[in-house]
Design a protein around this ligand. Structure first.
Ligand SMILES: [Zn+2]
Length: 419
């Protein structure tokens, strides 16, 4: 694919917001069924315009007004903020301290740059298909924990458009969570601790929490192909010393002596793992060795999701909206289909320019077929482009929420009928 040129955005964005952005279902999402009065109206949006002009505290009386405004302003980027106590546009006229963020989705932001100390293929903003596996693992680990451990239901996973993923947890109860509750959830979901100066960032001891055991189960499914073959983390003395620095001294020397005799990372890992597993066989040696989880610690340090706590904790924190354009790559931040997560390819995600080309090609075909000359208003033009499957994922997510909400309303009206 041709390199994206941000200079083309002023020309492409009007087409995007007029013909491609899924305004209808987007409005249904953020309206949350209209159950709470003014919920949509109290929501903060912020727009990034040309030359990094940043407009915060935008708000709209209806999804239709938002649609018109998007088509007028053509923002380079859309961020979504909290639902406030008052209309966000009035934030400066309201008595100090009374303008407060009330509710927001619980959000997670996972960024590949936070894994630079454990990636060998790329650094900083770069990603490739090899390290993208880290994002796949992050989604699997967190999504399992969100559903099974924290009991949430409505999760929207979105590719950020460049080098990471976002998660929006949209359950009615979760949107009301305080910063303290949000911080507690992030704390629960965090295993990798310490900054650049910390060598060993994961420390496990018995009893092992079920969350750790289940997370290791997820990582194990990817570890050989990703870390041993793809990243080749035991491929050379320089690399394996980084791993052995995480292993207790009593095991380190033996492994250091044995590693050169092995053929590759996979064999060396077998050796390390076998040694650790023997320390954990219950009853053996009658307390001769202390159980050691260095193999798990290595797996988690290299693969476990790394979260930005501040993004998740702050109710007023802004996060890039689904279906916003990434102004540098031109890629659309698209929802991810968890059923086909392993096939998700960030490099196959359409860019604003590729979509506009697809539209041109499609309308060219149609004019030839039907002899149309007058351009019609194409409300669902995205359906004729490669954006369609991603909008479908989004629709399914919103439909599921609507389905649950209807069930809940019916249940309540039944209860009222009984009394
Ligand atoms: Zn890479």
């Amino acid at each position: 694919m041709a390199e994206f040129d941000p200079a083309a955005l002023p020309e492409l964005l009007p087409v995007f917001y007029r013909r491609l952005f899924p305004h209808g279902v987007y409005g249904r999402w953020l309206g949350y069924g209209g159950v709470v009065k003014n919920y949509f109206q109290l929501r903060e949006f912020s727009f990034t315009l040309r030359d990094d002009v940043y407009l915060r505290f935008q708000c709209f009386s209806s999804p239709q007004e938002l649609e018109r405004e998007l088509q007028k302003v053509n923002p380079y980027k859309i961020d979504i903020g909290a639902v406030y106590s008052h209309r966000p546009s009035q934030h400066s006229t309201i008595r100090l301290g009374t303008f407060q963020p009330r509710e927001k989705e619980l959000v997670f932001d996972i960024d590949m740059t936070d894994y630079d100390d454990v990636r060998t293929c790329c650094s900083s903003a770069e990603i490739c298909s090899k390290c993208w596996t880290l994002m796949t693992i992050a989604v699997c680990v967190l999504d399992r924990a969100l559903v099974e451990d924290l009991g949430v239901r409505h999760r929207l996973w979105v590719y950020s458009g460049r080098r990471g993923v976002h998660c929006w947890v949209c359950d009615d109860t979760v949107r009301k969570w305080s910063p303290t509750l949000r911080a507690a959830a992030v704390e629960y979901l965090t295993l990798v601790k310490g900054g650049a100066e910390t060598v060993k960032k994961v420390n496990l001891s018995e009893p092992i929490h079920p969350f750790i055991r289940r997370s290791v189960n997820v990582v194990e499914q990817y570890f050989e192909a990703y870390a041993l073959e793809g990243q080749d983390i035991l491929g050379s003395p320089e690399r394996w010393n980084k791993v052995l620095a995480l292993v207790p001294e009593e095991h380190r020397e033996v492994l250091q002596a044995e590693f050169p005799k092995k053929r590759d990372s996979v064999q060396r890992w077998e050796l390390l793992k076998g040694r650790m597993e023997r320390t954990r066989v219950s009853g053996s040696g009658a307390g001769k060795s202390t159980p050691c989880y260095a193999d798990w610690e290595v797996m988690l340090q290299f693969c476990f999701p790394r979260l930005d706590i501040n993004v998740s904790k702050g109710v007023g924190h802004l996060l890039k909206s689904p279906f916003s354009v990434h102004p540098k790559t031109g890629r659309i931040s698209v929802p991810m289909d968890l059923q086909r997560l392993d096939q998700f390819d960030p490099f196959a995600v359409p860019t604003i320019s590729s979509l506009c080309q697809e539209l041109d090609a499609a309308s060219g075909d149609r004019e030839q077929d039907s002899g149309e000359t007058e351009p019609k208003r194409h409300v669902r033009d995205y359906k004729r482009t490669s954006l369609a499957p991603y909008v479908r994922v989004f629709e399914q997510f919103v439909e599921e929420m609507e389905h649950v909400r209807r069930g809940e309303l019916l249940r309540r009206s039944d209860l009222q009928g009984d009394f």
